[in-house]
Design a protein around this ligand. Sequence first.
Ligand code: FES
Length: 330
Amino acid sequence: MVKEKVDCIDCGTEYCPCKLAESGECILCSQLQGKCFCDCLNWKGVCIYQEFHYNGMKAKEGRKAITCNVISSEIIENELIMIKINAPHKLALDLVKPGSYIFIRTDENHFFDVPISIMSSDIENNIITLVIEVRGVKTKRLKDIKAGGTIVIRGPYWNGIFGLDNVLGQRDGNCLVLGRGIGLAPMMPVIRKLVANKNEVDLYADIIPFKNNFAKKYVEEFGIFPRQTILLDKGKLSEEGRFIIRNSIKDKNIKLIHLAGADILTYSVIEYLDELDRGDILLSCCNNFKMCCGEGVCGACTARFSGHRVKRFCKLQSDPRSIFEGRRLI
Ligand code: FES
């Protein structure tokens, strides 16, 4: 039997053990799932059960909401806002990692908490940059944010991308990044990490539904010049997309593809790589599950898999291929 590789994004952090451990639902620890033997799903150098025991058999306190000052809020194009926030230094440091996100709201009503990916976290000046696509009730309120005002932040959270180990373990290689729409924002910390690990990164950006590539200036700071393309055509991987992947594999021997877009993009690329019989190419992608609490409690991010398994994707870290296997997307 092949054991599926799973991990909990919070394991070993100051937020572990969490409420899941208290209720016998820990993602990794068999003892905190009510079993009487030790069979940790993914040993990360820390015993969650021991931490739980030392903490008086209860969960750690968890993330707090804090009020931060807004440095600037700019409508960069129709329904697209860029916000810069002054954050505490510790939070700015915690939000540098690929996949980082926070919940934000404009007032005390926590029903309006909305998860937003970090586009960049400047640890010298403690400035967090977010780009938000205005889509619904929660994001419409964010249009009211003004420079000099305040915003309520809850975080840090880190499970904004799947295949995180593939990104962190990639060194001195060639990587391909395919970004689309608002996915260009959470793509930035991934590119930053890949460049820091001395990888050569090729970026192809499909800016639909926007008019301009809002991330262009930021990626160029890393010496990467994005090429504009169309990646999806009628819900399928476009001819251009296929051409880019096929040639990048042939000419550059790419080891990793990061997919910064909707699930349909990730799913189409996995299908195409299967067609090419290139299951060896590592993948990472955006976590597009709907999130509400981020703490494994509300159930908004859950999906059901074979064997009556329920997975909480605000916490569970896994490889994109195992997440998309057998799931219906449209
Ligand atoms: S977002 Fe609430 S359980 Fe995952």
